[in-house]
Design a binder for this molecule. Sequence first.
Ligand SMILES: [Zn+2]
Length: 177
Amino acid sequence: MNNRLFFFPGHGRYVLFTAAALEHMYRHAQRRIWHKEAGGEIYAIDPDANGLIVTSALGPNRGDRRTRCSFNPDIEAAKRDRERQFAVGLHAVGLWHTHPEPHPSPSGQDRQTTEEYLSAFQGDRERYLMVIVGNFGNPPNMKVCAISQNTRTKWVELVEESTSSVPTHDHGNNTWS
Ligand SMILES: [Zn+2]
């Protein structure tokens, strides 16, 4: 299991997803017709860093309303998740959820939800991420977008760095060194 690295346009900023965070999201990929959408929040130690390191993902929760094509989180459970993570020094930096499509892209509802989350920070966050895990590929295709809110709302799509050119951040199973 590898980390994955996504760059903002211009390569000034990046988001690194650790294997642990990815593993959690992959488990919910909608690989079968009866699998429902799942999701939750993703967390990092330093939400304002230029290089964001997403170390964990939580959700779904029992009280979420889920169908094959929709996901509505249980707000109270999400809040409890968030408080527990905060207690161990982790900050919510975005949302993740699954889509029953091979090349996932955000719906209008997804964008609206993410914008609502960002505005709930009342200026405490410059940007918020949206991660969508598709149902095809090994590892599954992932779409990562960021919304920022300075003078106006702006969406950007991040670009994944191909694994061959990424220095490994693994400290365990380096088979080629
Ligand atoms: Zn969606």
